[in-house]
Design a protein around this ligand. Structure first.
Ligand SMILES: [Zn+2]
Length: 212
């Protein structure tokens, strides 16, 4: 139970801050609703929390978290509506100005996808069906890095799946329209857990470079 107690202690600290909030930040947020300019799409992994690693505050970020930070191609009839619905809400209702897809190293979701493909097994369970969104990227990595170890293949696949997600974002007509009108920018970031480096994907030169 000590894990749950830590959560309750954390909430106690939060509530003290909430009550002592002299500028009324939380009260404003409660009254006027979210006004986030940024949507981040990140993995469920507890080590890659976008609010923590960007030192953001309540109200700063809208966040979609799913296994392996995947963006499925636009398809109103898809079985994967949750991420699409949240994306639609952020872009069409909140009118966010930036969409950041943030991948990370040593991703367990990507690793499970590679393992399934190495085992030549079909996608049967929900996790397998979801990560199959990144199957083209995974097959490409397994072919190009056939001799590499699974850790290296996983990191390469995380990067490749990230760039595929950026391409998939452009399949959402209302997102593409806002990007073409320069009302929205798309970003691909990659967080390296081992050394804390945060990289951005340069879509022109097709490479990742450190943000600072
Ligand atoms: Zn992950």
């Amino acid at each position: 139970m000590k894990e749950i107690k830590a959560l309750i202690d954390g909430f106690r600290n939060f509530k003290e801050e909430y009550i002592e909030d002299e500028l009324g930040r939380y009260r404003q947020l409660a009254e006027y609703g979210p006004h986030s300019k940024i949507l981040m799409i990140a993995c469920c992994d507890s080590r890659a929390d976008p609010a923590i690693i960007t030192n953001s505050q309540a109200g700063d970020l809208m966040v979609i978290r799913n296994i392996a930070n995947l963006v499925p191609p636009y398809d109103p009839n898809s079985n994967f509506q949750e991420t699409q619905a949240a994306l639609e809400f952020a872009v069409s209702y909140l009118a966010v100005e930036h969409v950041v897809v943030m991948g990370h190293s040593r991703c367990g979701g990507i690793r499970s996808l590679l393992t399934r493909l190495i085992d030549d097994a079909d996608a049967m369970l929900p996790l397998e069906k979801w990560t199959a969104v990144a199957e083209p990227a995974a097959k490409h990595v397994l072919k190009n890095l056939a001799g590499a170890n699974l850790d290296d293949q996983t990191c390469a696949c995380s990067r490749e799946a990230l760039t595929a997600s950026l391409a998939n974002l452009r399949s959402y007509p209302w997102l593409l329209e806002r990007e073409q009108k320069q009302k929205l920018q798309v970003h691909g970031w990659y967080f390296n857990l081992a050394d804390g480096d945060l990289q951005a994907y340069d879509e022109v030169n097709k490479k990742f470079t450190s943000l600072f």
